[in-house]
Design a protein around this ligand. Sequence first.
Ligand code: ZN
Length: 217
Amino acid sequence: MPFDTLNCGLNTPDKEANVLRNHALVYNFAEVEKENVALMGQVHGSHVEIVGSGGIYRETDALITSKPGLMLCIQVADCVPLLLNDPVRNIIAAVHCGWKPITSGIAEKCVQIMTEEFSVKPESILAAIGPSAGKCCYEVGLDVAEHLKPEAICKHDSRLHADLKKELWLRLVDTGLIAQHIDVSNECTICNEGLFYSYRRDGIQSGRMLGFIKMKK
Ligand SMILES: [Zn+2]
């Protein structure tokens, strides 16, 4: 049922008190204080913000920090949550990767900022591509498919399915990340109703999951 379990979507029709309580459960699990949690407005754009404190960053789809103890969060239900970690320079990033941010180059932009601002080498970055709409279920029109690499499009009879994780993986490798440093979840949010929220499956009644990354203090 919608909103049954740990809905962390701040902009859903769920009761705000419930959502805030669910956030508190996650923060407790992650051993982080609320004031050290950074959230994004997530507008399917390509703005990247370097942050040093908690709060809600509007008009933003990616956060980067060098601050230990600060938790970067992504709210998702089908879009790809991408987490980056450079263990050499101690820089982390959380990126909201719907098809628009991905094809706008938001992941490449993050890697570039990490490289230029923090002297990170792409080959030392570790990446995690989380559960999201899978190629098994994520049907798209030509308007979306035309932006994707051919390897990220699957044909199902006359229909087109997008493989956003593949698109993102290809872009990260093109940017200099080592393939073996990119962990990719096999899970599809749309066809795994018992585990995940899915906007494509449940529409406006869908909750959101929280992807997060934090460096230990
Ligand atoms: Zn599926």
